[in-house]
Ligand binder design. Structure first.
Ligand SMILES: CC(C)(COP(=O)(O)OP(=O)(O)OC[C@H]1O[C@@H](n2cnc3c(N)ncnc32)[C@H](O)[C@@H]1OP(=O)(O)O)[C@@H](O)C(=O)NCCC(=O)NCCS
Length: 170
């Protein structure tokens, strides 16, 4: 199976924040942003593996800045690492200002798993990172995978070698 680059899965989605998308503070409701993140990541996963993929976990979401009603919000998703059947996907969120500048306001890291017609996990192409940021995200993805599996009770913490070394400096 031919490996792919993060560029191959790049998925960009721009949304206009409407009153119906906001909370009592007239800023974007977090659950709405999560839904957009899940959607853009799902398309991104499809572009990497050319197959249906389901959300296995949402590992990290940060809501760093509030997003105002009427804002133009752009979500950019790229696969940051592919394992056997799972793919880690980074979603970077930007708000566009009136002078056309993009300011990063949020990000999320999700894991998708490619599934076959019997809903069983299936092998996905490997990822070859190209840029400095893509290489950094590729390397650190292993620790995030271990943390996610440990928290889900699917990995014994003793086996999470790379994660442990982060804390113990081994
Ligand atoms: C995701 C799902 C397919 C995994 O099935 P499973 O029986 O746990 O399969 P496995 O244990 O063989 O794991 C398959 C892959 O998922 C990964 N995975 C499973 N749970 C994970 C988690 N919480 N975090 C990160 N990766 C996870 C495994 O590491 C494995 O990756 P690999 O093949 O790259 O090594 C299954 O749990 C599922 O269908 N969940 C529902 C998904 C869904 O409906 N999502 C929509 C939101 S409700």
């Amino acid at each position: 199976m031919k490996s792919k680059t993060p560029k191959d899965s790049l998925t960009i989605q721009t949304n206009l924040v409407m009153p119906n998308d906001t909370n009592q503070m007239h800023t974007l409701f977090g659950g709405k942003l999560l839904a957009w993140m899940d959607e853009v990541a799902s398309i991104c996963a499809f572009r990497h593996c050319n197959n249906v993929a389901v959300t296995a976990s949402i590992n990290n979401v940060s809501f760093d800045l509030p997003i105002l009603n009427g804002a133009y919000v752009t979500l950019e998703a790229k696969v940051s690492r592919a394992f056997k059947s799972s793919m880690e996907i980074f979603v970077d969120v930007f708000v566009e200002s009136r002078d056309g500048k993009k300011e990063k306001c949020n990000e999320a890291i999700l894991t998708f798993v490619a599934i076959d017609e019997h809903k069983r996990p299936m092998v996905v192409p490997e990822l070859s990172p190209e840029t400095k940021q893509e290489k950094q995200r590729y390397t650190s993805a292993l620790r995030r995978r271990q943390l996610s599996l440990v928290l889900a009770g699917k990995m014994d913490a003793k086996e999470a070698t790379e994660l442990k070394s982060l804390f113990l400096g081994e």
